[in-house]
Design a binder for this molecule. Structure first.
Ligand SMILES: Cc1cc2nc3c(=O)[nH]c(=O)nc-3n(C[C@H](O)[C@H](O)[C@H](O)COP(=O)(O)OP(=O)(O)OC[C@H]3O[C@@H](n4cnc5c(N)ncnc54)[C@H](O)[C@@H]3O)c2cc1C
Ligand code: FES
Length: 364
């Protein structure tokens, strides 16, 4: 295996990178933090100046790294060195983010259960402890099969970081998807060993903050929110109020409602707002459930109705890119500045092809 030296400016740090490794992987594994979000060439968060050397731009989507940029810039999550390389990155490390070097782990599947329509909870016991920030994610290796070679897929931890060996994931089935439909919902079983690496990402709870946190989880976008909410409430890691919106078509699409309701009862500053877009108060009442315990309409409609103004709050948005973008617009229409909104878009392979959804207001 050929190895090259990557020089990261303005730090002047030099690290070794294998020819089949991305520059981001090599840096994160060697304790050099570089900005990143999706780690799959879609979001452009990791775009850096390319000062010297030769690279293969790999899987960089032509939306995240346009043709005219390819002589001067690279995506560190995709670029692999073909000689010694020098880059210059924006190294503005978020002060709420504790840097834990990325490493490889083996895990044993201890729970794999259906928790909502097309949604599974996967619990994995790691071979050793791992530190991470509430909101971060892991890459799970999806084994090679008839549909193609080994690939990795990213899933956010739903457990708080104080739980260092038992990781919880919430996985939504995507029709025809290699990782979900073709593995987690097909071959994976309790007792199996899986390989995973992490932690990745910079969508993290701003610990010690005293702003009112408005959290919006669409579908399994609830996973990092659960990690953040539990960390904030159970470990006293947040000083402000928190309101969590969870969106689903009907109650069959929502999960962990009882968990969040129990947290709401126990902690005064926490409000849980499950929202139903395709179910009416009458239908909820007819089934014996209390209709007043839900919001009705899209999660964005419920937020709009709940608040006149959100200035001074902090927004945390996570889930499918379309939902995240709509929620961003609602929060902004309520006077929340883009700089106070943190987002994690659950991009998939299809988004690489069509570019996902790009907003000039994006803060990834
Ligand atoms: C930072 C981050 C965190 C995430 N966390 C979570 C989480 O906690 N829970 C969760 O459920 N998801 C999460 N996701 C999404 C997750 O990583 C996967 O993208 C998702 O599970 C789909 O993966 P898949 O392998 O099943 O589907 P993919 O193989 O990615 O396919 C997705 C869809 O695209 C189609 N497709 C595949 N290749 C192409 C192509 N070349 N051209 C056009 N269409 C194509 C497929 O048929 C399928 O319909 C996260 C994503 C990111 C970026
Ligand atoms: S982190 Fe590199 S494009 Fe998203």
């Amino acid at each position: 295996m050929t190895r090259y030296t990557i020089t990261v400016e303005p730090l002047g740090r030099e690290i070794e990178c294998d020819e089949d490794q991305t520059i981001l992987e090599a840096c994160l594994r060697n304790g050099v933090w570089l900005p990143h979000s999706c780690t799959h060439g879609t979001c452009a968060t990791c775009k850096s100046e390319w000062l010297d050397g030769e690279v293969d731009h790999g899987q960089a989507s032509s939306f995240a790294l346009m043709d005219f940029e390819r002589e001067e810039k690279l995506l560190t999550c995709c670029a692999k060195p073909r000689s010694d390389v020098t880059i210059e990155a924006d190294l503005d490390v978020d002060e709420d983010l504790e840097v834990f070097p990325v490493d490889d782990y083996t895990g044993t599947v201890t729970v794999l259960e259906d928790i909502a329509t097309d949604t599974r909870r996967l619990v994995v016991e790691l071979d050793r402890e791992m530190g991470f920030n509430a909101g971060q994610y892991m890459k799970l290796l999806v084994p090679a099969c008839a549909d193609g070679p080994e690939v990795d897929r990213t899933y956010s931890m739903a457990n708080p970081p104080t739980q260092t060996r038992t990781l919880e994931f919430h996985i939504r089935k995507v029709e025809g998807g290699r990782g979900s439909d073709g593995w987690v919902f097909k071959d994976l079983a309790v007792g199996q060993q899986i390989r995973l690496s992490g932690p990745y990402g910079r969508f993290v709870l701003k610990t010690g903050d005293d702003r009112h946190g408005i959290m919006v989880g669409g579908g399994t976008g609830l996973a990092p929110m659960k990690s953040m909410v539990r960390h904030a409430l159970e470990n006293g890691e947040y000083e402000g109020e928190l309101t969590l919106y969870a969106g689903g078509r009907s109650r069959a699409w929502l999960y962990d409602v009882d968990v969040f309701r129990a947290l709401e009862e126990e902690h005064e500053g926490f409000t849980f707002r499950p929202c139903l877009s395709d179910e009416t108060p009458e239908e909820v009442a007819a089934s014996g459930d209390d209709p007043d315990r839900y919001g009705y309409g899209l999660v964005t409609d419920v937020i709009a109705a709940d608040h006149d103004k959100l200035s001074g709050c902090a927004g945390y948005l996570c889930g499918p890119p379309l939902m995240v973008e709509s929620a961003l617009k609602v929060l902004m229409s309520k006077r929340l500045f883009p700089r106070d909104i943190y987002r994690e878009d659950f991009f998939n392979e299809a988004d690489k092809v069509d570019g996902g959804l790009k907003s000039p207001l994006i803060k990834r």
